[in-house]
Design a protein around this ligand. Structure first.
Ligand code: ZN
Ligand code: ZN
Ligand code: FE
Length: 759
């Protein structure tokens, strides 16, 4: 007989870990107990030596689907006499604080069976969940994760639910959001004036009918509202685009099953796993027929597709399928107007979405924390995130070293924040554009919420260098030591952190414009970063181009094209299509006098300029639209002759001659080369120079890693092929796989840098 204590930490609460331990111990005839503590889950077992060895092995091998062990320690203990059984010690107040709140989890197959079993008491019940699935992060106000601290607090469990909740052998043992039609939340349907039409299952049935008859319905989901409509109904989709002021950005869709997904898109095994995963993100997939359904994603050959992840979605899709011959496809886009955060409350949605939605499917399980759908795609080297939110947040990113508590407040667009504690970096869900007042409010809410649920007191706050960012202002106002880190260095620190690299790295920050250390606007920089010392400097860049009108040039890339032609003295030779000569004249005067012209080395802006030169766009309707279009039109033919590059040395900085590159493009334009071929040449030539310059300098500086970050890395061509080219140079490519390469990663880079400086 022996007795052992195991201390297990990681994702072990709210995931059915204790009942699993209970069952395992009983099966093996062991006595003892299991409980949550501030160290993690603590287990003591007593029994025959071989049974305890078995217990320890099976504990690690047969983990419940959502559990994740990060640390596992064991100690010998003295035997306890007279112990007869194994039991679960329930949490005392204040215990289990260090245990993480789990992200929201898509419905499990057992619950799905309950929902569609006419004999089950949860038949067609939209809030069915268990220990293995359901809402977590979005319904939790504070820790410890317990029903009174969630939005389920106001629902008193009925006898039967309480029975399940209290039985360690039940799948719903301590499932905090446990509910049934008797005692739990319910749905109801209202029109845009908030007149109630119907409740319960009938409300979902009516919603299906309304969707199929061409209406837009705002549906309350897990982390906020969706705006839904029938994706086959082009007229309604175009109406939705119009009222949502979203003329051309891709709209996410939802289909019922993986089989239906295959009818629209190419789905690899890896993509299938991701679509069906517990996180169930929107997965960006290649369309089967690139010319099909152009009104859903006119600028890309891809569709953002997700599968139902709540019982409500599943029931809705069952009804939709019952009502049509064809398989149902819904547009499911975030329920917000323009750049505001996704709506979460019933009243908020009714007032903000009234001009967009015809009907509202509401429910009374309050969403306490907004969380958009995550958006991911699969590239040659693994996952590429566009947006990290539902399903992934608040899981930490694990760093290689321990350190102090730091808050990174992120950039301005696509903002996230990051609390760093020991070696765990808690990056928030996508917050959005802080210039918007409502979004800034959301930013403040998330900072205080994260601080509360993680119990972190930061010793240091790190912000962007840009003095006008709302996040920088926030950092300034706090009564804390404050460091500023230049935007593009933060990008490279972020990609180093998530890849756990502990050596110097050369990294390309390929981005939109960000204020540089020399007051110019950067965004095409090769940076040396040493994460052991927190030392960093710039080694190469693209020669800056003029952006007439600054921010206006970002919205109107034709200005950039005009600026390029002016700089190359080709204005007479080459005229831009479809532009008013009057506007052109004003811009040219601005350039001549160098008034209101910003100079930038941003690769994003360079691609904007090229897209406008090719006559593909003059004004954008969403961030990054021009490069997205440029990528789409790429020819697939093999191309032998690429654009050549000239590199010059200015002091210790290598400067890539952007203008020489433009000259060759304009020559091809004059030769009437197909824009698809030019685009392909642009992509291949850029990848060429990035790996050439990066590779040569890496060799010279004895660095073995070449990293990539920045918004431009959302380009699938770059994400797929750059790592391959880097490997050919005998270097190790470092890419983002946990966070998006766009500004969603900035807060991690800032916090990581802050921790190095504290050290
Ligand atoms: Zn379940
Ligand atoms: Zn009940
Ligand atoms: Fe950026």
């Amino acid at each position: 007989m022996v007795r052992k204590r195991f201390i297990v930490s990681g994702k072990v609460q709210g995931v059915g870990f204790r009942p699993f331990v209970y069952r395992l111990a009983r099966e093996l005839g062991l006595t003892g107990w299991v409980k949550n503590s501030s160290l993690g889950v603590v287990i003591e077992v007593q029994g025959a030596k071989k049974d305890i060895a078995n217990f320890s092995r099976q504990l690690k091998e047969q983990l419940p689907p959502l559990a994740l062990i990060v640390d596992f320690r064991e100690e010998d203990k003295n035997l306890v006499f007279g112990e007869r059984e194994f039991h679960i010690i329930l949490s005392q107040k204040g215990e289990g604080h260090n245990v993480l709140i789990s992200p929201d989890v898509s419905i499990c197959t057992d619950c799905e069976q309950d929902v569609f079993n006419p004999k089950d008491r949860r038949f067609l019940y939209a809030f069915t969940n268990c220990t293995n699935c359901g809402p977590r992060f979005t319904i939790t106000k504070s820790i410890p994760y317990d029903r009174p601290k969630t939005s389920m607090a106001c629902f008193k469990m009925c006898e039967e639910c309480l029975q399940e909740y209290s039985d360690p052998l039940d799948r719903r043992f301590h499932a905090q959001p446990n509910a049934c039609p008797e005692c739990g939340p319910e749905v109801w349907l209202v029109d845009a004036q908030n007149n109630e039409l119907t409740r319960g299952v009938d409300a979902i049935w009516q919603t299906a009918n309304l969707l199929l008859s061409g209406h837009i319905v705002a549906i309350k989901g897990l982390g906020g509202f969706h705006l839904a409509c029938d994706a086959r109904n082009k007229k309604t989709v175009l109406r939705l685009r119009q009222v949502k002021h979203r003329p051309s950005k891709a709209l996410a869709i939802m289909v019922r099953s993986i089989e239906d997904a295959r009818k629209l898109c190419q789905v690899s095994e890896e993509e299938e796993r991701l679509l069906l995963s517990a996180e169930r993100p929107i997965v960006v997939l290649a369309k089967k027929d690139p010319d099909q359904d152009l009104y859903l994603s006119p600028d890309t050959n891809t569709l953002g597709l997700m599968l139902p992840y709540t019982p409500l979605h599943l029931i809705l899709f069952k009804f939709l399928a019952d009502c049509t011959d064809d398989f149902p496809v819904l547009v499911m886009t975030s329920g917000n107007s323009a750049s505001e955060p996704i709506s979460l409350g019933n009243r908020e949605a009714l007032s903000k979405l009234q001009h967009i939605a015809d009907f509202f499917l509401l429910h009374n399980r309050d969403i306490l924390v907004r969380c958009d759908d995550s958006v991911v795609t699969i590239c040659s080297k693994g996952k590429l995130f566009y947006r990290r939110a539902r399903g992934y947040v608040p899981l930490p990113v694990f760093l290689p070293k321990n350190g102090g508590n730091v808050l990174g407040v992120g950039a301005e667009l696509k903002n996230t924040i990051c609390f760093l504690k020991n070696n765990q970096a808690f990056v928030s869900q996508h917050i959005g554009d802080l210039k918007n007042l409502e979004t800034y409010q959301f930013f403040l809410e998330i900072i205080s919420h994260f601080q509360k649920i993680l119990e972190i007191e930061p010793e240091l706050i790190v912000s962007d260098l840009h003095p006008d960012y709302m996040s920088t202002n926030f950092a300034q106002e706090q009564n804390l030591p404050h460091l500023k880190l230049q935007h593009h260095f933060a990008h490279i620190y972020a990609v180093i952190a998530e890849n756990k690299i502990t050596e110097p790295v050369l990294g390309w920050a390929l981005d939109g414009t960000g204020l540089g250390e020399d007051k110019n606007f950067w965004g095409g920089e090769l940076l040396y970063v040493d994460p052991t010392k927190g030392k960093h400097f710039r080694v190469a860049t693209f020669k800056s181009i003029p952006l007439p009108g600054g921010d206006m040039a970002v919205l109107e890339p034709w200005r950039i094209a005009l600026g390029l032609l002016w700089k190359l003295q080709l204005i007479e030779k080459c005229c831009l299509r479809g532009l008013e000569s009057k506007a052109q004249k004003i811009i040219l005067t601005m350039l001549e006098k160098n008034v209101n012209v910003v100079w930038s080395s941003s690769l994003g802006r360079i691609l904007d300029g090229i897209t406008a030169l090719l006559g593909l766009i003059s004004r954008i309707s969403y961030e990054g639209q021009a490069p997205v279009i440029l990528e789409k039109i790429q020819a697939t033919e093999e191309i032998k002759e690429l654009y050549t590059w000239e590199v010059e040395k200015q002091d210790s900085l290598l400067v890539i001659d952007t203008y020489n590159f433009f000259r060759q493009i304009i020559k091809d334009l004059e030769l009437k080369l197909d824009p698809g071929m030019i685009s392909r040449k642009v992509h291949l030539s850029l990848m060429n120079v990035l790996t050439q310059v990066g590779g040569n300098l890496a060799k010279k500086m004895q660095v073995q890693y070449l990293a990539f970050s920045g918004g431009v890395m959302q380009n699938r061509t770059f994400a797929n092929f750059l790592p391959v080219l880097v490997e050919k140079k005998d270097l190790i490519p470092v890419m983002h796989h946990i966070l998006p390469p766009n500004d969603g990663c900035i807060s991690l880079g800032q916090a990581f840098y802050g921790q190095i400086r504290l050290r």
